[in-house]
Design a protein around this ligand. Structure first.
Ligand SMILES: Nc1ncnc2c1ncn2[C@@H]1O[C@H](COP(=O)(O)OP(=O)(O)O)[C@@H](O)[C@H]1O
Ligand SMILES: [Mg+2]
Length: 363
């Protein structure tokens, strides 16, 4: 089974680069998500890989096959890929079975008996056995989505491309279908590029996530890598909530902001250099007065500004005394502090992550 290698892909519309010098390496059998806000170039990237669009610059490789380079282009129907669209694009006048069988009509060497057998088998896998003679209009959104998945998988593609396939479903079903997509990926193991703007969806479904910003990949990693070790401000803010502090590097492993001194997760910044520090709200721990603060932690005296009870968590705004810094702090319930309370906060150095990359790298 092949992987996909994308090298410095660039696609412009007029003066605007929808995709700019984008490189990405998807290993054989891996599911990688392209994650980013609307307009960052996700769909354009997928359409370039599928061959529906031509890049100005760059190469696309599947295993040993070069599909696209400045000198040669393989047409979409010969790329051995299947794509699933947000709209599903089912044929309304065809039954479920006919929709799924459709892709196989163009595949050489598949007999009618073989085709029928594969359609039945695929509908069983996506849990639609018994729906063969229904029309798409007689199915729920989730069932239509499963038909689209079955139609893509029945042709046994080498590469599967999915463009926001869950975004037309209501919230509960969308959450459930994440696990369904992941289950199908684990049973088929097809190398997959999955596009979404939903960070939780990307984190559940993917082996690795590539965060896109203005047509570029700013960071690639597992969900945990991106959450715990974001490289840039954009990644830190896009993957979960965080506190960002503009500070200045001091001696190795320390940054300051006014009178505030923080020991950090890493060293190696030049003294005097500006640095942005990311601290996740749940990594800031109000210290219970009767207990000692954790050894080695940064200790901050703060005053509670606001307490919000969220059911499964409590969210505080806490002003760090003697500074203009207001930190978001999340704890398990119940709420232990109210407005005006004085609290001591402990933050481990490992939780103070300096963001050393720039979102405008190479620009
Ligand atoms: N056919 C097109 N003509 C002009 N601009 C386009 C076209 N397709 C996409 N774009 C622009 O390219 C950028 C990336 O679009 P797209 O890849 O659709 O983003 P995403 O899928 O991440 O929302 C956007 O600024 C969009 O307006
Ligand atoms: Mg899109």
């Amino acid at each position: 089974m092949p992987g996909v290698v994308i090298k410095t892909l660039t696609k412009r519309y007029g003066d605007v680069a929808a995709v700019e010098s984008l490189s990405l390496d998807v290993k054989p059998g891996e599911l990688v998500s392209l994650l980013g806000p609307s307009g960052c170039g996700k769909t354009t990237t997928l359409r370039l890989v599928a061959g529906f669009l031509q890049p100005e610059i760059g190469e696309i490789w599947v295993g040993e096959r070069c599909l696209s380079s400045p000198t040669s282009v393989v047409p979409p129907e010969r790329r051995r890929m299947a794509m699933i669209f947000q709209s599903y694009a089912l044929w309304p006048h065809m039954t479920v079975a006919q929709n799924v069988a459709y892709g196989l009509r163009f595949k050489a060497g598949v007999s009618r008996v073989d085709r029928d057998r594969r359609v039945v088998e695929m509908l069983r896998i996506v849990q639609l056995a018994g729906f063969e003679s229904r029309y798409p209009g007689e199915l729920s959104g989730g069932q239509q989505q499963r038909v689209a998945v079955a139609r893509a998988l029945v042709v046994e593609p080498e590469i599967l491309l999915l463009d926001e396939p869950l975004s037309n479903l209501d919230a509960n079903l969308r959450e459930e279908m994440r696990f369904e997509i992941r289950r199908l990926h684990e049973s088929f193991g097809i190398t997959t590029l999955y596009v979404t703007h939903d960070q939780a969806e990307a984190m559940v479904i993917s082996d690795r996530v590539a965060v896109l910003h203005r047509g570029r990949v700013v960071q690639v990693g597992t969900a945990e890598d991106l959450f715990r070790r974001p490289r840039t401000r954009f990644v830190a803010e896009f993957i979960g909530r965080t506190n960002l502090l503009d500070a200045v590097a001091a001696e190795p492993g320390v940054a300051t902001r006014g009178a505030l001194r923080l020991r950090l997760a890493s060293h190696g910044m030049a003294p005097g250099a500006p640095v942005v520090i990311s601290i996740r709200p749940h990594e800031i721990e109000p210290v219970v007065p009767s207990r000692a603060a954790p050894a080695g932690a940064n200790i901050l005296a703060a005053t509670v500004q606001r307490t919000s009870y969220l059911g499964d968590a409590v969210d505080y705004h806490m002003q760090v005394n003697g500074s203009d810094v207001v930190l978001r702090v999340t704890t398990p319930p119940p709420a232990r502090f109210g407005g005006g309370d004085a609290v001591t906060l402990a933050v481990a150095p490992e939780a103070c992550v300096p963001l050393t990359g720039s979102d405008d790298d190479g620009r």
